[in-house]
Design a protein around this ligand. Structure first.
Ligand SMILES: NC(=O)c1ccc[n+]([C@@H]2O[C@H](COP(=O)([O-])OP(=O)(O)OC[C@H]3O[C@@H](n4cnc5c(N)ncnc54)[C@H](OP(=O)(O)O)[C@@H]3O)[C@@H](O)[C@H]2O)c1
Length: 313
């Protein structure tokens, strides 16, 4: 089968379209004939350093990157009950861990997949995986109807799902992006927009119940200034919070946490339900063929993606 191999740590020149063996499956896995893959900053950043690659994928080189797929089940393991050959499925495979998604066939734990929503393209299904799971796993059970929710970076992968999920949960949604993406974020459910290039959100906002942060650093520090008493910050970027940040949060009787998204077929089914109900729709910014994986990585690296970048197989 064809796969994109990362030959060694470094830039996109090390991503090589190659011929490799088709994977075999375990009892609890299905073999998926991949039709579309989506990309994330987590796909593109680690390739530059052996230390990061080792942390995610272990020491073997070359290796196959990627986690987000949509495709057709070709074969099922003996313990798999809920999928059959021919099912159209989507999911984030083995995150955190080794997903090996940049390939024509992927061995995927059945527990990480859901059937695709009726009438959805492989591209749209592939797009609604890691970034959507992140937003769902942050927001589900933590916000309630009427909460003032600030989604930082609302035009990006996590952000554009965060806006829609918070809206579906009945929140009043405020979001940041550059001015060029104002119409986009308002069209997907934001109630209020802050252009981070011309406005300081910490001067414009107050009494925010929940902040979905994707930046850490100064954005996270300033997010504390807009928080209501008892408010919550959840960050995809920061892992450790300084003593100063923790004491500011304590003074507000608030909460601050970080998240590492996890593969979950159950959560994929929640996303499927939202897509079928029309409350969640991915935005695909650009699509590339598998042979142009390097160009797709370069596009993600620009940090200006509106929604998602998808690669077709
Ligand atoms: N911990 C986890 O489990 C986890 C999971 C998913 C993602 N992440 C991390 O979360 C971060 C975001 O991921 P993503 O997929 O959403 O990234 P992304 O799609 O690349 O985000 C790009 C978006 O960010 C916006 N942006 C850039 N600077 C901004 C600023 N100062 N204020 C507001 N918006 C700004 C851009 O909007 P404009 O073009 O309008 O500037 C663009 O639409 C990444 O660092 C990723 O690694 C972590």
């Amino acid at each position: 089968m064809k796969a994109i191999l990362l030959m060694k740590a470094g830039g996109v020149e090390n991503l090589q379209l190659s011929e490799v063996d088709k994977p075999s499956i375990q009892n609890d896995e299905v073999l998926v004939a991949t039709q579309a893959i989506s990309l994330n900053p987590a796909d593109v950043k680690p390739k530059y350093s052996d230390q990061m690659l080792n942390m995610f994928f272990g020491p073997n080189r070359p290796l196959i990157l990627g986690w987000d797929i949509a495709g057709v089940v070709e074969e099922v393991g003996s313990a798999v009950k809920h999928f059959r050959p021919g099912d159209r499925v989507f999911g984030m495979i083995n995150f955190p861990g080794v997903g090996k998604a940049y390939a024509e066939f992927v061995a995927a734990p059945a527990a990480h997949l859901a059937k695709m929503p009726e009438g959805t393209s492989f591209e749209a299904a592939a797009a609604t995986t890691l970034a959507a799971l992140t937003a769902l796993q942050i927001l589900e059970g933590r916000i309630k109807k009427g909460d003032r929710v600030l989604v930082q970076g609302g035009s990006g992968g996590v952000g554009h799902f965060g806006i829609q999920i918070a809206k579906a949960m009945g929140a009043y949604v405020i979001t940041t992006s550059s001015g060029k993406n104002r119409d986009f974020v308002m069209s997907i459910g934001a109630d209020e927009h802050i252009d981070y290039q011309t406005q300081a959100f910490e001067e414009e906002l107050s009494n925010v119940d929940f902040v979905l942060d994707i930046f850490g650093g100064k954005v996270l520090e300033n997010s504390i200034k807009v928080l209501a008493e008892g408010g919550t910050i959840f960050s995809t970027a920061a892992r450790d919070f300084s003593a100063d940040i923790q004491s500011q949060i304590r003074r507000l009787n608030g909460t601050i946490s970080s998240i590492l998204v996890e593969s979950s077929g159950e959560d994929m089914n929640t996303l499927k339900g939202m897509m079928e109900a029309g409350t969640l729709k991915p935005h695909i910014y650009k699509t590339f063929p598998l042979a142009q994986m390097a160009e797709a990585h370069t596009e993600v690296e620009k940090g200006r993606t509106v929604g998602k970048i998808v690669v077709t197989v």
